[in-house]
Ligand binder design. Structure first.
Ligand SMILES: *Cc1c(COP(=O)(O)O)cnc(C)c1O
Length: 334
């Protein structure tokens, strides 16, 4: 099989993460045996999927003499929190462009954690944020330049052609996991929020997993948006790295986005999602989050009910982390 040639990488995540079968869950709920890839265990302050991307993004920053990184996301962004901690650990300056108004009270959850790092933060109401994001990035890059610091813009979610490497590499890990567990799963599923995890999994599946099917369950936007986003991330990756492609690669590769579980919108969780989180936590002792992994896992349960996977199947759910996102929901969960 063709193997990719990796760019520089720094070690930030605790790897390999475990792959664990939800046996009690299957006994209770029926359906396929779900194996959870515990990427919520990539770290403590660095928990979640963004750390895998940051191993490549921040290696790129250091290698190219950037002294600062700038990134963006919602106030409760896991990616922004992970970037702030990783940058601080590496002695890089960082700035977070946060979508929303600065809360009048004490900051909460991820935002609270951001304030404990060396990162600087700025707040932008959604209308301004969506309209001017590129301009805000440019302004911040200029501000650093005036201080004589070269600053790297990392897009929302770390989803670009560099970040994509994180989940290409994760597929190599999954290949070993499947061998160790002697399983031949039918599909890998993950929550999709900015597309980079799924883009990496799709490429990585071609390199390491015999084109095993990858499904993203979107937690915002819609199927068309993600198909387009993932295609453009993969195209940018191809262009930048110019290297052998997976054997069955085609520009027309199928991108499986399971749409229909966004609910009331990004960051909003239904009672059903919260009930699923509680049920998994009380059955298996694994904590999902209401914004991403819990929403996707609840969506997966619906898909199983509809017959997409059966009792004979092994399937893999990537636990992408996000547990700090539970804190703002404590009252509704309690
Ligand atoms: C960002 C995030 C995702 C989505 O990953 P993308 O690569 O942005 O699609 C899923 N789960 C959690 C917990 C996240 O923070």
């Amino acid at each position: 099989m063709t193997k990719p040639v990796y760019p520089s990488r720094i070690s930030l995540a605790q790897l390999p993460t475990p792959l664990q079968p939800l046996k009690r869950w299957q006994k209770k709920c029926g359906g396929p045996l779900i194996w959870v890839k515990r990427d919520d265990m990539t770290g403590a302050t660095l928990t979640g999927n963004k750390v895998r991307k940051l191993e490549f993004l921040l290696a790129h920053a250091i290698e190219n003499d950037y002294g600062a990184v700038i990134t963006s996301g919602g106030i409760q962004s896991n990616h922004c929190r992970a970037t702030a901690f990783a940058a601080t650990q590496l002695g890089l300056e960082s700035h977070l462009i946060l979508r929303g108004e600065a809360p009048e009270e004490t900051p909460e959850a991820n935002h609270f954690l951001d304030t404990l790092t060396s990162a600087t933060l700025s707040f932008h109401v959604p209308q301004e944020y969506f309209k001017n994001l590129t301009k805000i990035f440019e302004e911040k890059i200029n501000e650093y330049a005036q201080k004589g610091i070269k600053a790297l813009a990392i897009p929302t979610g770390g989803s670009d052609e560099i970040g994509v490497w994180g989940y290409i590499a994760a597929c190599q890990e999954l290949h070993n996991d499947f061998n160790d567990a002697s399983i031949n799963p039918k599909a890998v599923l993950c929550a999709t929020g900015s597309g980079g995890t799924q883009a990496g999994l799709i490429l990585g599946s071609g390199f390491y997993l015999n084109d095993l099917s990858i499904y993203g369950i979107n937690v915002c936007d819609d199927e068309a948006w993600f198909v387009n986003k993932i295609k453009s991330d993969i195209a940018a990756w191809k262009k930048r790295y110019q290297q052998p492609l997976p054997e069955n690669y085609s520009d027309d590769l199928s991108i499986n986005v399971i749409d229909g579980y966004v609910g009331e919108g990004y960051g909003k969780a239904s009672d059903e999602v919260l009930a699923t989180i509680k049920q998994l936590s009380s059955t298996e002792g694994i904590l999902l989050d209401p914004v991403y992994s819990g929403k996707a896992f609840a969506g997966l349960q619906q898909e199983i009910k509809k017959g997409r996977f059966t009792e004979q199947d092994d399937i893999v759910f990537i636990h992408t982390g996000g547990m700090f996102g539970l804190i703002p929901f404590a009252e509704r969960l309690g």
